[in-house]
Design a protein around this ligand. Structure first.
Ligand code: AHR
Length: 497
């Protein structure tokens, strides 16, 4: 029996809706085909943006979308993507083996954000751009002044300035963004921080592309912080981003859909480590920012497997199974556990790349198990995290071991409690007893995501094999306990009234 205790009076802070953010890069078939098909396409679209993708993403209430990269951001020159489309330059995409028509540029991205009703998060080019180039881009987007750049935007069809609350100062500047040292990036960051101005009314977060991540314990962020705070006129930052991928050793031996229990637990174990990475980076931030005003942003996360057989290796196209759904659920739970510091996150990536929400094949379209987790969890957005004690069994396989249950609870402004749970055991169901005495529980209704096996996934031939179904097998006892049997390798969202 696994025992949970929900402390409804012990509020742990707001779960910032921005941890449910997404990321769309000019990489493989994410933007071109997955999002942009062009106005003349037979695939239904609104001003070139495919309708099925927008309709599906709208159901997730996606709070923000990060664009144009990734590594692509540090080679992107925004002027290539404005003005009449037939006159835009054609370049070679950073990821190779594809030309970049620049048909999807600033105006198309802002149109997408409006169609999705989400905030834009734009990554500036630090690696191969200039401070002036980024400064101009911000002015082009956000200024309502009578300036040459604002007028150029008006001529290109957008009269009013756009609010753009999130700006990334480069991307992975220790890697594809320029192989810089923390100190070198800190110097550049201060320059961008000083000269990239906000022209609009919407507050603008300038986000440092953090130097830590899955391969460090926060040492690089410590050097970066020391270098920006330690100067004669200290500079601060609004947010620091880290990236965390479940990218395994002996990568080529792995597969997104053809795996056994050893690979199942190895992936979950690696996903679980994100909690440790967050704690290490947050500890460094705490020493400079004890009031926790600075956002820790995980603006790329997810699974990274070898590409699907027969697809372009540079396109990072992979399938998505119940294992990815469990990775998504436990990662989101860990973000919620650290809601005092983790204020934003972006799963990589939205369509057709890495741990995607949506896969397309020309006009064909499917929702992945990961999509369903985001949909089932959406009412956690901006809700109040509640203390939840979990006293559960271990799930072990060979020398690896993890808690079998991952769970999180939150209370919405209307007082409704959302309890989400997942069972990490791939083949055994888990008995759960949740003490809910605190909330005078009268009704619990749920939706379950489970496959017929732990490798279950959706294909274009069978796109509905994994989808949420109503879950009624919950009993409520007079003493305020909720009892249920959670199937193996499953994710459950329960609404408690
Ligand atoms: O998401 C794919 C790539 O992974 C991004 O472009 C880069 O930032 C990271 O290394």
């Amino acid at each position: 029996m696994n025992k949970l205790t929900l402390h409804a009076q012990a509020e742990r802070g707001t779960i910032n809706r921005h941890i449910y953010g997404h990321f769309a890069e000019h990489l493989g078939r994410c933007i071109y085909e997955g999002i942009w098909v062009g106005e003349d396409s037979p695939i239904p679209n609104v001003r070139g943006i495919r309708t099925d993708t927008v309709e599906a993403l709208r159901k997730l209430n996606i709070p923000n979308l990060r664009w144009p990269g990734g590594c692509f951001a540090d080679v992107y020159h925004w002027r290539d993507g404005i003005g009449p489309r037939d006159r835009r330059v054609k370049s070679v995409n950073f990821w190779g083996e594809a030309s970049e028509p620049n048909h999807f540029g600033t105006h198309e991205f802002m149109d997408l954000c409006q169609q999705l009703d989400c905030d834009p998060y734009i990554g500036g080019n630090v690696g191969s751009g200039t401070v002036q180039e980024m400064r101009d881009w911000v002015e082009y987007l956000t200024s309502d002044y009578d300036s040459t750049l604002s007028n150029e935007r008006r001529q290109n069809g957008q009269d009013k300035a756009w609010p753009v609350p999130f700006w990334g100062i480069g991307n992975e500047n220790w890697g594809c963004g320029g192989h810089m040292t923390p100190e070198q990036y800190a110097d550049l960051y201060c320059q961008y921080h000083t000269h990239v101005k906000n022209y609009g009314q919407t507050p603008m977060l300038k986000i440092a592309s953090g130097l830590g991540g899955s391969d460090t314990e926060g040492e690089d962020i410590a050097l970066f912080m020391k270098h920006i705070y330690g100067r004669r006129h200290p500079v601060t930052t609004d947010g620091i981003s880290i990236h965390y991928y479940v990218y395994l050793q002996h990568q080529l031996e792995h597969s997104a859909t053809d795996f056994g229990e050893a690979e199942w637990i190895t992936v979950l174990q690696s996903a679980y480590q994100i909690g440790h990475v967050i704690e290490c980076n947050a500890a460094v931030m705490d020493s400079y920012d004890p009031d926790k005003r600075m956002w820790l942003i995980v603006d790329e996360w997810g699974t990274w497997y070898p590409v699907e057989a027969g697809t372009n290796p540079a396109f990072l196209y992979q399938q998505n199974s119940m294992r990815d759904a469990v990775v998504a659920a436990l990662t989101l739970h860990l973000f919620q556990d650290h809601c005092d510091r983790v204020q934003m996150a972006n799963i990589a990536q939205t369509v057709n790349v890495l741990q995607a929400m949506i896969l397309t094949d020309g006009g064909r379209f499917l929702l992945t198990p990961t999509y369903h987790v985001f949909e089932m969890f959406k009412r956690h957005q901006d809700a109040t995290a509640l203390l939840l004690d979990i006293d559960c069994e271990a799930y072990s396989f060979r020398e690896q071991s993890l808690p079998v249950i991952s769970a999180s609870a939150s209370k919405s402004t209307s007082g409704e409690v959302l309890l989400t749970l997942c069972n990490l055991h791939p083949t055994r169901s888990a008995s759960i007893d949740c003490d809910c005495r605190d909330i005078a529980l009268s009704k619990a209704s749920g939706r379950l995501l489970a496959g017929d096996t732990f490798t279950a996934h959706n294909t274009f031939e069978d796109p509905e094999r994994v989808h949420p179904v109503p879950f009624e097998q919950v009993s409520l006892s007079d003493d305020g306990h909720l009892r249920l049997e959670l199937p193996a390798a499953a994710v459950l969202a329960l609404t408690l009234n």
